[in-house]
Design a protein around this ligand. Structure first.
Ligand SMILES: *[C@@H]1O[C@H](CO)[C@@H](O)[C@H](O)[C@H]1NC(C)=O
Ligand SMILES: *[C@@H]1O[C@H](CO)[C@@H](O)[C@H](O)[C@H]1NC(C)=O
Ligand SMILES: *[C@@H]1O[C@H](CO)[C@@H](O)[C@H](O)[C@H]1NC(C)=O
Ligand SMILES: *[C@@H]1O[C@H](CO)[C@@H](O)[C@H](O)[C@H]1NC(C)=O
Ligand SMILES: [Cu+2]
Length: 418
């Protein structure tokens, strides 16, 4: 089912008045009307949401002009913000993730004995491809493809009818623990970890704030749908102490343990809408945008100078969420990278013709915000032809083929954010 249609159906099930759109679904795309119909009225539009809306005419003009394939705005899938889903839709999403966690792994057993489920296949893939996937050429496109493949698995293997939700950090930054995403009830992604002696995350070279202080969690998650989840792969570069070591040096052995988190408001406050807006609008150069996204150069005399990527990761931190290699082992990962993908998309759409093909080079990145972050192998030849290799999880694709979320992969990749 196509995006607009499936949202129409689920919005109807959720009791949202949506008749006009049902009748006119073949008519010209009307983002404004559409977005109003599916938003959670509890949240007003933040400055990035407003920018997003204001950008849609550029998207429409570009789609009308570019050589079309089968992807159109009318049939594009729609990725929505978590709180814009109804409670029933949130539960459907959670059910699909639990389903993926219950299906047998496809990763080769001899190479990845620690992959216990289809969900773990994705974690393992991220671990075996961490280097190239985080090089400047692939960080954006590689993660776009990775999330898209995960979304496909939820839909095709677990019957999920929606699309991958994203987290608009700004909605939760002031009280993440009490939010629809982390309050620990049945329609959340589970809650905080139990108290522990966790110290927080060093954020070197930022002064005077060079650490995301722990906020009291760090132990096992005890509430919500993922409280009994078995984390098996890793750790490889954990921010927590006292995690049992993986039996294999590459972290791919089986190491069953609980999901640990420190839901962290101090981290989240580095991802409020004003930071995101500034990231998008004040960095027209692709390398500057890439660097700021990763928190480089390090901000001085700023209360929350982490950079959007770090800030979003350490809202949960913990294990494996705070592990550079194994972080997709916390189901939250896909919400965070969904938002990052939305941010990149809004950045691209400020000038689609020019910006869609742009690939960061890594120039001027200075000290990395996380170990290895932003530093993959130097590409040989045209970076757009570099292959994104997700091992057993997906066919290899060229970086340049996933830069357009509205028509990449010959039109197979076709989605927008609302
Ligand atoms: C969550 O909300 C409750 C009551 O609404 C409040 O007492 C508590 O302090 C809040 N928790 C946090 C971490 O802000
Ligand atoms: C869980 O929390 C969310 C956010 O506060 C709320 O909308 C929902 O009704 C709660 N209950 C259930 C069963 O999900
Ligand atoms: C965002 O707003 C906060 C709170 O007002 C402020 O401390 C911070 O410096 C702002 N950040 C940016 C990038 O404007
Ligand atoms: C996965 O892909 C990476 C990147 O191409 C490659 O280096 C690695 O050997 C592959 N690993 C496995 C287990 O196939
Ligand atoms: Cu990653």
């Amino acid at each position: 089912m196509h995006g607009l249609q499936s949202v129409v159906v689920s919005a109807l099930l959720a009791g949202v008045a949506f008749g006009a759109v049902v009748e006119k679904k073949q008519a010209k795309f009307n983002f404004k009307k559409f977005s109003v119909a599916i938003r959670n009225g509890q949240f007003s539009l933040d400055v990035v949401d407003k920018l997003h809306e204001a950008t849609m005419p550029k998207v429409e003009a570009w789609m009308a002009k570019k050589k079309s394939n089968k992807c159109t705005l009318e049939n594009a899938a729609i990725r929505r913000e978590w709180s814009d889903l109804s409670v029933a839709e949130r539960e459907d999403y959670v059910k699909a993730v639990l389903c993926l966690q219950s299906k047998p792994a496809k990763a080769p057993k001899d190479r990845v004995p620690g992959a216990l489920s289809r969900f773990d296949d994705f974690v393992a893939t991220h671990m075996t491809t961490t280097g190239p996937l985080h090089g400047p050429n692939q960080l954006f496109g590689g993660h776009r493809y990775y999330i898209w493949i995960y979304e496909k698995a939820l839909r095709e293997e677990c019957g999920y009818k929606g699309y991958q939700p994203y987290i608009n950090y700004d909605r939760y930054a002031r009280d993440p623990i009490n939010s629809s995403i982390f309050n620990g009830n049945s329609s959340s992604l589970s809650g905080n970890g139990a108290p522990s002696t966790y110290n927080g995350v060093p954020m070197p070279y930022r002064r005077p704030y060079d650490k995301i202080a722990a906020q009291g969690g760090g132990g096992c998650v005890t509430t919500g749908p993922f409280k009994d989840m078995v984390v098996s792969l890793g750790p490889l570069s954990t921010v927590l102490r006292g995690i049992p070591r993986n039996p294999r040096a590459d972290g791919l052995g089986s190491n069953p343990r609980c999901l640990r988190r420190d839901i962290n408001k101090e981290s989240a406050l580095g991802a409020t809408a004003n930071y995101t807006y500034s990231l998008i609008m004040n960095h027209p150069n692709i390398d500057d945008f890439f660097n700021r996204y990763l928190g480089m150069p390090q901000l001085m005399n700023d209360n929350h100078p982490w950079g959007l990527h770090n800030a979003g990761h350490y809202i949960v931190g913990g294990d494996p969420g705070g592990d550079f290699y194994a972080s997709p082992g916390d189901p939250y990962f896909y919400f965070h990278h969904g938002m990052l993908d939305r941010v990149w998309w809004i950045w691209q759409m400020q000038d689609p013709e020019k910006r869609v093909p742009l690939i960061p080079t890594g120039a001027g990145s200075g000290m990395p915000g996380m170990p290895g972050m932003g530093f993959g192998p130097t590409p040989v030849g045209n970076p757009a032809d570099q292959l994104i290799d997700l091992n057993w999880s997906a066919p290899k694709v060229k970086v340049g083929d996933v830069h357009d979320s509205l028509g990449g992969l010959d039109g197979e990749m076709c989605y927008i954010y609302v």
